[in-house]
Design a protein around this ligand. Structure first.
Ligand code: NDP
Ligand code: OXD
Length: 312
């Protein structure tokens, strides 16, 4: 079936997407946002990462938008986003595995005191650090969606005590689940390592703030992988400097790339990774996106449609 209308791509890697669609979805015609000479009214589908504000208003006949990634805050930050145009987000097993790997890596870094071990090694200092059993350590996972649920289950399989928190709650084997604001304090009350894999929505913005840090036991660690907008950076610095929090791993930031002047870079208790926790693998991502778009065009059921009203 030859679809009517163009597929518009907004990506820093537009030519790669053109080639990928030629191979995987040859029935569509691709234009890149930066190109000229196409009629905006003929754009029917958009495949985007970080589109400029106002972009969607230029295309009156859009039928769907595909996010090159699991998150959609880069799309919904546009207040004029046409609410009747469905958004398909991109996830899949490889992304879940990557995210779980990242979470395990950074939880174990804190749990097994890797920074101290590395320091002792550099000093040729024979210190045998004792660490508690995983079952004596509580890891809290905020956000139990496609990525958070798999990360929580993986930690539980490693024998950590795992508690999870989400808006509506859900059942995950080996995980004690709490839901909503009413159960936030109880969720946080025993957490030694807090992992946030929340989307950015109006309800989650600034959720990682002073009030939350005060609800966690002293000396806990934070890992933020969801979105930078969910964290109040100044509250984090205060909590780290006072010793309330013992350390943080941050993968996402309000402004990316993080400015070289940002105090987080130099903070001794902070490790920064550059939004790489579960960066989508281009080949796998291309295959998922081409398959989802084909399903949409053919009128078939498409997985991972976003609830635009909730923002994720
Ligand atoms: P999902 O949409 O599958 O899950 C989101 C989870 O967050 C759900 O459990 C949802 O609760 C919960 N949630 C949403 N709003 C609230 C709220 N107000 N209070 C409590 N819980 C809430 O998302 P994914 O798991 O696929 O991805 C999560 C986020 O991870 C993405 O939106 C993106 O920002 C980020 N991400 C980061 C990457 C990186 O490399 N750093 C890579 C990929 C994604 P409920 O289950 O009740 O609906
Ligand atoms: C995503 C991301 O949303 O990489 O997929 O952050």
């Amino acid at each position: 079936m030859t679809p009517k209308g163009l597929v518009l791509v907004k990506s820093s890697n537009g030519q790669w997407w053109r080639k990928t669609f030629r191979e995987l979805l040859p029935e569509v015609q691709v234009v890149l946002l930066e190109e000229e000479g196409y009629d905006p009214a003929s754009v029917a589908y958009a495949v985007v990462w970080d589109p400029p504000i106002g972009m969607f208003a230029r295309f009156p006949n859009l039928q769907c938008v595909v996010s090159i990634g699991a998150g959609v805050s880069h799309i919904l930050k546009d207040k004029d986003y046409p609410q009747n145009v469905p958004i398909i987000r991109t996830i899949g097993k490889p992304l879940q595995t990557k995210m779980a790997e990242y979470v395990v890596l950074h939880v174990l870094r804190f749990h097994r005191r890797l920074d101290d071990v590395m320091q002792a090694y550099r000093e040729k200092n024979w210190t045998q650090y004792q660490t508690p059993l995983a079952s004596e350590v509580t890891v809290g996972v905020m956000g139990l969606g496609n990525l958070g649920a798999v990360a929580a289950k993986t930690l539980s399989d490693l024998r950590f005590r795992v508690v999870g928190w989400s808006r509506r709650g859900r059942s995950i084997e080996g995980v004690e689940v709490y839901k909503g604001k009413a159960q936030l304090r109880e969720f946080l009350s025993s957490v030694s390592i807090l992992v946030s894999i929340l989307p950015q929505t109006p309800a989650t913005e600034n959720v990682l703030c002073k009030e939350v840090f005060e609800m966690i036991p002293d000396g806990a660690f934070l890992i933020n992988i969801g979105r930078g907008e969910n964290l109040v950076e100044s509250d984090l610095l205060t909590a780290l400097n006072s010793g309330k929090l013992a350390g943080a791993t941050l993968d996402v930031f309000r402004e990316e790339p993080l400015s070289v002047d940002d105090p987080l870079w130099a903070h001794p208790k902070v490790l920064i990774t550059c939004h790489t926790a579960a960066a989508i693998d281009p080949k796998v991502g291309g295959e998922i996106i081409a398959s989802n778009l084909r399903k949409f065009i053919m009128g078939q059921e498409v997985p991972d449609i976003v609830d635009i009203e909730q923002g994720y």
